[in-house]
Design a protein around this ligand. Sequence first.
Ligand code: COA
Length: 914
Amino acid sequence: MRAVSPPLPATDDTASRAVLRDGSVVQLRMAAPSDHQALTRFFHELSPESRRLRFFAFAEPSDELLTRFCDSSDLSRNATLLALRLDGGDLRPIAVGSYFSTGDATAEAAFAVDDRFHGKGLGTMLLERLAAIAGAHGFKRFEATTLAENAAMLEVFHESGFEIRSKSDHGCVNVQLSIDPSGASVNAAERRDALATAASLRPLFEPKAVAVVGASRTAGSIGRRVLRALVAGGFTGPVYPINPHADELDGVRCYPSLSAAPRGIDLAVVAVPRPAVLGVVDECATAGVKSLAVITAGFAETGADGRALQQALLDNVRGHGLRMVGPNCMGLLNTNPRVRLNASFSPIVPPSGGVALSSQSGALGMAILELASERGVGLSTFVSVGNKADVSGNDLLQYWEADPATNVILLYLESFGNTRRFARLARRISRKKPIVALKAGRTRAGSRAAGSHTAALAASDTAVDALFRQSGVIRADTIDEMFDIAACLDSQALPAGRRVAIVTNAGGPGILAVDACEAAGLRVSPFSAATRERLAAFLPAEASVGNPVDMVASAGPEEYRRAVEVALTADDVDALIVIYTPVDPTCSSETLDAIRNGIATGRAAGAAKPILGCLMAGTSRPQPLIIGGERVPVYAFPENAARALAKVATYAAWRAQTPGLFWSFEDIRADDARNVCRAAIAADGERWLTGDETKTVLGAFGLPLAAGTLARSPDEAVALARVLGFPVAAKLSAHGVTHKTDVGGVRLNLEKPSSVRRAFAEIVACARKLVSADQIDGVLIQSMIADGVETMIGVADDPLFGPLVGFGLGGIHVEVLGDVQFRVAPLTDRDVDELLHGIRGLPLLQGYRGHTPADLDALREILLRVSRLAIEVPEIVELDLNPVIALAPGKGCRIVDARVKVRAPGTRATPTDG
Ligand code: COA
């Protein structure tokens, strides 16, 4: 057993684009025979020096070699990957990487990059992507021979992070790379991707100059509102309205076209009618614009024609190497005083702060901005992502990860694009900055509405919950709650535990707060004697000095100041909720000052714990309490504060634990399992595996199927039972019968030869009513497993999230009570522990009321092996191991029954965005 890295991002999907070091984008695809001419031209136009470094000669490659480059039909023999850019209306290769098999899991790899694009990371990116493709097709090593003077190429090999061996030989260097993704290569690839993606979004968020294409003469039109917002927001750079019919709009000089405007435009906000959008993208590229926010609607959200137009738009944007937010979005904002960008048609700009926010719904985006402003939640950046054709939520996560102005990331999601990439990124980023997500469409009806609204697939909720849990994402249930949580995270430290002190001047709200805290999993435990004594020293006799601290209605500013200070500095407190219900409104401001002073004194004494205020007065939304540079979030009701704090505490506990590891096992023979599944699919398409096939697949992954042998006659069955020892179980094995129990195909606890004989006859008779004689393989005779706890382990294929691994107790626990937990594969050891500890029936595994406990270590190992099976054999779309009998500690587990369904991979829905 050894810890391994999760798959490289490049293998997460069909990855049809890559972001380069300079933030520009290239399209990627495998070469095809139709590329012959384009490749001839590419090598012809390479400088003679580049050709010499690539081919060791100034000559151009032979026709035969070019034909080989164009053949990517069998990736276990050779492959050529092209990086493409638009040039004169055509997509042309600007970099080419290829490998040819030289046998023994080794391939010879070589790369060439157009001279104009050197130094942008194209070579490293091609190597990384090619290695992922080669690895998926059985290769373990790349070999390359490079001229010793070709320093750039040698650096690419070293930078890749792959394990490298090199040998100099007469002016050449022979390099061998182990392309098994090692920790170092995965980290290197992730770092490159994060840096490049963040760089590619900088022109959007921090543009030096902005153009508004479609700034209309009509006041109130969308383009005009964007222009107004930019000017009113005080954008720190120049704004260029583009309109062929106007000289000046809102006091700003207009330009008839982008090419007539000054150079140096980083961002173009596009609000022209739909048919003009593609042409505007070309103009942007010609004028050197780096990024676009396309507000225009009428793309993928409107049906097939719109989808086709969006694809054409995306091809155009990526072909030119640009980045685009939208289409069908309301734009973006950056409140940084150095930038002050409001490139949206929202007139509302919330205060500057540390919360970054993306919204998939444009209309809701406006409401969200309004709410943030009302509640005084400070935003760093806001993006309305619209149809997410190019810039995805995942790209934004990487930008915010690197953005020093962002402390908390809020995502309002209606659909997921590339969920595997989201899982990887969220796992990493949540460890540094909290991510709070509100996922619309929890219910089936809600999901359908989300699907038709954004033209994207809605994810099933079990998978969403599992994914969020695994990656530390805090799930908010409402927009208000999203801000409740964000307000706490942006300004307060994370709590070290779940112990809450409540200070109040009114009993009712105090009790509400206690109930809400306990219901949410926080603890309002009684204070220690020392803390009670400190409180009793200044509070009146009728006050309660336990927890909550109820200072009664007569509590004045001084009581508040001292109670807050004591609770904040108490050793047995991890967080503080201060409730104030003004009894005498004339004292309100004085009391608030006292609370501020109490907090300041507590802070000065070194207490960093989070404080949440709850001011139950007034009709307007409560504003944060400002103490020096600190903002203490204030909530309308104690329940809001309690729920937000509980979610924050759960996140803090997740972050405090060491991250889980992915494990693999030396004895796994993934190829054997894959071959069985592929052969079954080749013969019959989608189907359940036979008993023998199932046995091979589980055996290849070291999964302990209970001993049993197929008997083909009653005599054989009796003989086998004698060998195994009575009692035995007899089970039908037949093609096309999956629910054996339902059709009378299972007999248990057979204690003597005559019962075995009778069971054989009855099972075959039942089977003959359903299938023909030649479909019946025989009857499986298995030992009965005495004792142990019955559990079930399964894999279900989620169309968007891929395989989900489920675990529960067997029998009625799963059927009646639905006591099953799921996690998205691949599972870390920590995910596995959470699966085991997440079920309500856990005490039964731990030895409830004198029963023997279960072998939890063995269950852990089975779950890790099942997770690898689900990932490494994507042909498996369903797997049920039920029951899995967990024996006493040290005795292992036995899989008593197993069903495996296979289907050609890739026939499920594929992710839509990166
Ligand atoms: N270059 C520069 N300007 C151009 C242009 C081009 N290629 N093509 C058109 N224009 C100008 C027009 O001349 C016009 O200016 P004018 O009024 O001064 O003549 C301006 O662009 C706008 O064109 P117009 O035809 O008036 O469009 P519109 O304002 O009615 O609608 C959109 C444009 C983008 C607002 C509309 O197509 C749309 O998509 N609306 C929905 C937007 C939306 O809901 N987005 C999602 C929000 S969440």
